[in-house]
Structures are given as structure tokens and as C-alpha cells.
Design a protein around this ligand. Sequence first.
Ligand code: SAM
Length: 256
Amino acid sequence: MSNFYHKKSLGQNFLRNKKLLEKISKIKKLKNEYVIEIGPGSGALTEFILRENPKILTVIEKDEDLKSTLNKFKQKYPENFNLIFSDALTFDISTLTKKKIILIGNLPYNIATTLIIDWMRNYKTFKALVVMVQKEVAQRLYAKAGTKFYGRTSVLVQANATVEEKFEVTANNFFPKPKVNSSVIEIIPFKKDFNYESLDKILKISFLHRRKILKNNLKNLNIDTKKIQANGINLSSRPQDLTPNDYIKLSQILFC
Ligand code: SAM
């Protein structure tokens, strides 16, 4: 690792605090579980995950300059370690196993939200997700209806999962030091049947203007006002006042 140059474009801020790395690895019981780590970097968190004895740990890393560093885990844990060099944005995790997966990762900042929303589309693949993201992103993910940070991202994740902040990690625990603090969050998916694309469509329209009431944001959709109100949705609310369940109902009324 001594000659390694951290790539800003890949969000390579490596977590250096061993106590925090261990704490992340112990949030879920990993023994005999099918675990995936996204963006192992130099393998600091990888080592702590492997010490918890997962059935198999698959790591997905985009930067092939980390090959020699990560290959060392193959020798140390030949039965439990699977190394894949690929782009997490396009890699289909569900092809790895039919078992439910625990996903862990200190995610690259610039693609964290896209990755999480994409995984939630395939939520049945996961038992749990433990991810570190920029504090501001975390605030949006766990924000409740009616609060400042609540928006499209909050609804897309909370429509079929519970989201909990486990702890905050200050910027000085990383090298190189990022400009912002981070949070570790736990996402536990639950079964809920709805059309994800319809939900996303209504969210994009509803949150176009946060200050306008819903009725005005939806005015181009030729909506049946009475039917919507009869389902308990107040069209005079602002978009941030509807719960994830309200939005699922609304998407079903309008697009199904
Ligand atoms: N796990 C290490 C840690 O905790 O110190 C590194 C985390 S660092 C924030 C993000 C890692 O994700 C880097 O190793 C980076 O190369 C990798 N990465 C960036 N974009 C990626 C992508 N699209 N697919 C897979 N890995 C990616």
C-alpha cells in the first residue's frame, strides 16, 4: 500500500480507526452468513468482517490497483473469501447466491444514494445493509415525514425498509480526510408489494416543488380528487407531509 495514490474520483477515503472498523463489523451477527462488502479499498474493514466468520465474504472493488493488497486475503481465508473487480453500479448482486445477503460497505460518497436506491429495488436479495455514508445522505435516508430532510430518497428507502442511524464518524478518522462527517446506518428490508417505478414516478412529480401543495404539483395528471381524498390523502398537504404508505397508495391510485 505504500505506493498507493488515493483516487478522489473513486471516493477513496479510507477509515483508519480500528475500534470503529470493528464496531461496524459487529453491528450484525455475521457468523455463517453470506456477506458482501462494497468497496473494500485496502481491506481494513474486510479483515474485521472475516474475523466474524461469515460463510463467505464477497468483496466488490472497482480499482484494480488494489489487486495485490486484496489478493492477500485469498491466502489467509481461502475458503471464505471471494474477490471480484467490478463496478458496483452495474454488478447484479442477486447472481452471487440465492441466500439472503448482508451487505456492508463504507460507500464511495458520490454514488452512495444511487447504489442504495438501486439495492432497495431488489430488496428481497438482502437480510440487512450496513453502510457508511455522508452524514447528509444518512439524514435523508432516515428522515421521517414532516421533517426538513424528508424527500424522495427517504420514501424510496423507507417504503420497504426500516432505517436506523447507528453512529456518526467524524472526518478525522479517515485518510485522506474528507470535508464532511459520515454516519453508519442499518437498513432492514421488509416485504411490501408495490410497483417501484410507479412510486418513483409519483415522487418525482410530487417533490418537484416542495413549497407547493400536492394538488398543485399533480395538476397535470388529471387526477380523481375525490378518490384520492377518500383514501385518506389530503391533497392540500405539502409533499413532505405524506408518509411512505401514502405515496404507495397514491401511486397505486394513479398508475396501477
Ligand atoms: N472499505 C474501505 C474503508 O472503509 O476504508 C474503503 C472505502 S472508500 C470510502 C470506497 C471504496 O469504494 C474505494 O476502495 C473505491 O475504490 C471503491 N469504489 C469506488 N467506486 C466503486 C464502484 N463503482 N464499484 C465498486 N467499488 C467502488
